[in-house]
Design a protein around this ligand. Sequence first.
Ligand SMILES: [Zn+2]
Length: 249
Amino acid sequence: MGIDLASRLYAGFNQVAHLYLIYYGYQDIDWAQAQYAALQTGLATGDSAARNNCQTESTCWGASSWVNAAGDGIILSTVSPWGKSDPNHSSGTLEAHEYSHTIQQIQMRGTAYNYWNLPRWLLEGGAEFSQAAAVYYASYDAYLAERQRDTGELIHNATYNEAWFNAYLGPSTSPTWAPWETYPQWRIYDVGFLVSEIFSAIKGPDVIMQMYKDVAGGKNFETVFAETFGMSWADAVPILSRALAKEVA
Ligand SMILES: [Zn+2]
């Protein structure tokens, strides 16, 4: 269901013709890795792809998505006994999130560009916002509950003031994601969610995927942003930071 809903959210964009979902638990890591390796022809990456999502029995909660040399999508997704009581493992949001990554990747396939040519927080935040918007499309209250689950760590926390958001969003995106590596990892998800929500409120959700397509066409993120929103990224960051600081306070 989550995949179908994410697919419909981005119905105007190229998507994969075939999608393989590999569900596995802690006991099945080697099996999952073998399934993955059989599909992942022509790519040398991801030797421990299955294990990365499932480091220990009690933290076996990850998922990841890939597009192989044939242009097919592959999603590795863990299932754990406790997953039934975790909304992210039972509502379809995990699948919607991973399939949003598949669509992001397919926009850039066969070009000289990849998703690290856009901000790290847009990759994860765009997928995190998409999972909420896609799965909870029918209920604003349910969307808000998902939004709270995804962004709650930012709320009523004095750390996340205007200066913090300026520092976080300000760095140029190329050629590296290093600026975001010094922060708690979840910030790429929750800050990215809230920025993606603002982008979507201004231009509609398509804009989140369109930026990947436009960067794949050979423009950098700053150029694509300026052409899309009619203002430079440098000018937009202080405005976004002011709004986000007020929102989470
Ligand atoms: Zn993700």
